[in-house]
Design a protein. Structure first.
Length: 366
């Protein structure tokens, strides 16, 4: 079959369950992100919002949303997402039945925030790694001891089941789903269109994901954006501080306060993510991938990728390449440093510490 006669890519169907009283923010995340995916000019997803009783659905804010579809919309969905709800400790039996049916049919199942309680009640988290909003983790552990509860992570994927912690962590979960389905380049494009942080998860889908914590400030946003455009250059603390117009000491202190990690840990994370994108979307040799992502050498690329994903660069490309088999060598995606940028001294990149989400001071309703 020629490229001209090839059928358009299949639209993946996402069913989002609104369990009243539903969190409007949780409910909006999947539609916002999946709705921005385009593949060859066509939608990548069809997102359908459904509820046990079609019609007005109460939200945690006291408003009513009109949801036209019932739970029959779950049948045949590629992915089923359960949004967080104020009734998390008493899930509707009809929702539990729909979740079990979808899991039995091979659908990918995901929850945002307190939606994990319904997944656990349906038996879908028994023996699996999972998480939920930090204020309710102890309750989930007490009610469902068979769940391998993960503390202080943004989201977890264990096989075909994904769970996220509260609020904006649902964005990271949905971007991870998009990356799994369509690759890092598409997911990063969606992140840019939605004005959210780039794809942050790393590793294989069967591994627990430990991405960067959420950003908590914007004073260094321009410097982070500049660094993303110069990942192939030997950036160090001095270069970042010079761009930000602050001392190295101030940079280190405030950068950590905003991102939850040190500048060098953040750089290393972004370089590994860039390398993964290049492995997925180009046929560059391993040394070229290492140089374009700022990791330096093929040995360095191998060491860092193994540490993050458990896979060698060749194995990662074999598993996640988005190139047609007949494609020849591709050009480098990363542009060289701007001619206006002076030569930069090479700085050692420290290995990342364990990344955790910050503890909050008081529970909030998810």
């Amino acid at each position: 079959m020629t490229a001209e006669s090839a059928p358009p890519p299949r639209v993946r169907r996402v069913a989002v369950i609104a369990a009243p009283p539903v969190s409007m923010f949780n409910l909006a995340i999947p539609e916002m992100l999946f709705g921005k995916v385009e593949i060859d000019g066509a939608p990548g997803y069809e997102t359908v919002i459904c509820a046990p009783d079609p019609g007005p659905v109460t939200t945690t804010g006291g408003l009513d949303l009109h949801v036209p579809h019932g739970l029959d919309a779950v049948a045949g969905a590629d992915t089923v997402v359960l949004a967080g709800s104020g009734s998390y400790t008493d899930p509707d039996p009809r929702i539990l039945a729909a979740l079990r049916g979808a899991a039995g049919a091979g659908s990918r199942i995901a929850s945002i925030c307190t939606g994990a309680f319904a997944l656990a009640e349906a038996g879908l988290l028994d023996g699996r790694a999972a998480t939920t909003y930090w204020a309710y983790r102890s309750l989930l552990a007490a009610r469902h001891p068979a769940v391998d509860l993960q503390d202080d992570v943004l989201f977890v994927q264990d096989g075909p089941v994904l769970t996220s912690s509260g609020y904006a962590a649902g964005i990271d979960l949905c971007l991870h789903v998009i990356r799994t389905d369509y690759g890092a380049a598409v997911a990063n494009t969606v992140a840019r269109l939605a004005l959210v942080a780039p794809v942050r998860p790393g590793g294989q889908t069967q591994f627990t994901q430990t991405p960067l914590p959420p950003e908590r400030g914007v004073s260094f946003a321009a410097t982070r954006a500049w660094a993303m455009e110069h990942l192939d250059a030997p950036l160090g603390l001095t270069d970042l501080a010079r761009h930000a117009g602050v001392s190295v000491r101030t940079l280190s202190r405030r950068f950590h306060a905003e991102t939850g990690v040190s500048p060098l840990q953040w750089l290393l994370h972004q370089r590994v993510e860039r390398a993964k994108e290049l492995l997925e979307t180009t046929s560059l040799a391993m040394d070229a991938v290492a140089r374009a992502s700022g990791l330096g050498t093929g040995d360095s690329l191998r060491r860092h990728l193994l540490g993050r994903t458990g896979l060698t660069p060749s194995a990662y490309r074999s598993s996640f390449s988005r190139l047609p088999a007949a494609d020849g060598p591709a050009a480098a995606v990363a542009a060289p440093p701007s001619a206006a940028t002076p030569p930069l001294p090479r700085a050692a990149t420290a290995p990342p510490a364990a990344v955790r989400t910050p503890a909050a001071t008081a529970p909030r309703q998810a």
